[in-house]
Ligand binder design. Structure first.
Ligand code: COI
Length: 355
């Protein structure tokens, strides 16, 4: 791995006061180019602009995938990644589906560790904050032929991560648009999945909602996932989430939350959830919580769910009562090195590179 350090760091402690997610990029980025069937030796260099022509194929045909991860710092100054192997596996599943080359473990995992090590001062140790890590791969061939490209770029960017949403969200259940269909790319972290969601989200905003809860494309009767999150529903004291499928992203936070919920001894069900079930539970007073979980968002307890013309207001629970908030605390405590890590989820970033 080639390391080209920044001459003068751009870091100032003020950066940790940032309120917008994904705009305060750290000093360095990692790059590896795919050409002639192989990845180049990765280079870590100062974060900055790259030059492409408008014929770059990703701009035309959307061969682009990404991952979302975070690095955390404990009060003792140790820096951790969280289950990075899950993101590595998922990135290659996405690559396969988009007919892109697999990224290698030494570029992805060792690259992450080296990059985060070098920029460790950018990892906040404030509870609930982190450094967001964004591995991304896209087609760079200078060709507008509609076929899989022959050249790609793999990049890892990092940006200081405050809360993704600064408030509890209200969400609208999709009854017209769809995010994914069977046989499609819904399970992959494909850039186009997000592009396709922006217009329906824009319409939902005009109706006073922040995000959309996607339903199955065929019938719009099953709850699937929301915006940037997997969705969990609490009816009575039962926690329910939809099984992953060809249409639903296999979230690392979702998987971790399920394990933590089971360890609490709660009644957890991974099964299809109908919109009617949620609606009826609300009418009967049994719908206690609906929350979104994801790497960027961690947990967001929704304040309301829109169904047709109705806005179903959700009860306000204290952090001690809310399953979402209990799980969030358990998760963040593990991520930040505050509590034991019986699952072996934390991966320590050794201090090897001198900043
Ligand atoms: C994440 O939660 O890390 C995601 O990838 C969602 C992203 C669109 C912000």
């Amino acid at each position: 791995m080639i390391i080209e350090k920044i001459k003068e760091s751009r870091f100032t402690p003020d950066v940790f006061n940032i309120e917008t997610f994904g705009t305060a990029f750290s000093d360095h980025m990692l790059l590896s180019w795919y050409k002639d069937g192989k990845w180049s030796e990765p280079i870590i260099k100062p974060y900055g602009k790259l030059e492409f022509t408008p014929a770059i194929s990703v701009a035309h045909y959307g061969q682009g995938i990404f991952e979302g991860m975070k690095a955390y710092k404990s009060a003792e100054g140790e820096v951790f990644l969280f289950r990075p192997e899950k993101n590595f596996e998922r990135m290659n599943k996405s690559a396969e589906r988009l007919d892109m080359p697999h990224i290698t473990e030494d570029i992805f995992i060792d690259g992450l560790k080296a990059l985060v090590d070098l920029d460790r001062q950018w990892v906040p140790d404030t509870y609930g904050m982190s450094l967001y890590l964004r591995p991304v791969m896209f087609a760079t061939e200078e060709a507008i032929t509609a076929r899989s490209a022959n050249e790609y770029l793999f990049v890892i960017l990092t940006a200081v991560a405050p809360n993704y949403y600064n408030k509890p969200l209200s969400v609208k259940i999709a009854d017209r648009y769809s995010r994914a269909a069977n046989g499609g790319v819904g399970f992959a972290k494909a850039a186009g999945n997000y592009a396709g969601s922006f217009y329906p989200t824009h319409l939902a905003r005009e109706e006073g909602y922040d995000q959309i809860v996607w339903t199955d494309d065929a019938t719009h009767t099953f709850i699937e996932e929301a915006g940037t999150m997997n969705v969990m529903v609490r009816i009575g004291d039962k926690l329910i989430t939809a099984p992953t499928s060809e249409r639903i992203l296999n979230g690392v936070t979702r998987d971790s939350m399920l394990q933590l919920a089971e360890a609490q001894g709660w009644d957890v069900e991974v099964r299809k959830i109908t919109v009617d079930e949620v609606y009826n539970a609300h009418k009967n007073g049994n719908l206690k919580e609906v929350f979104g979980v994801g790497t960027a968002v961690v947990v967001n307890n929704y304040v309301a769910v829109g169904y047709g013309d109705e806005r179903l207001e959700l009860p306000t629970l204290s952090p001690e009562e809310s399953y979402g908030q209990i799980l969030k605390k358990k998760l963040v405590d593990i991520q930040m090195g505050i509590s034991e890590d019986p699952y072996g989820w934390r991966v320590k970033v050794e201090n090897l590179v001198e900043a």
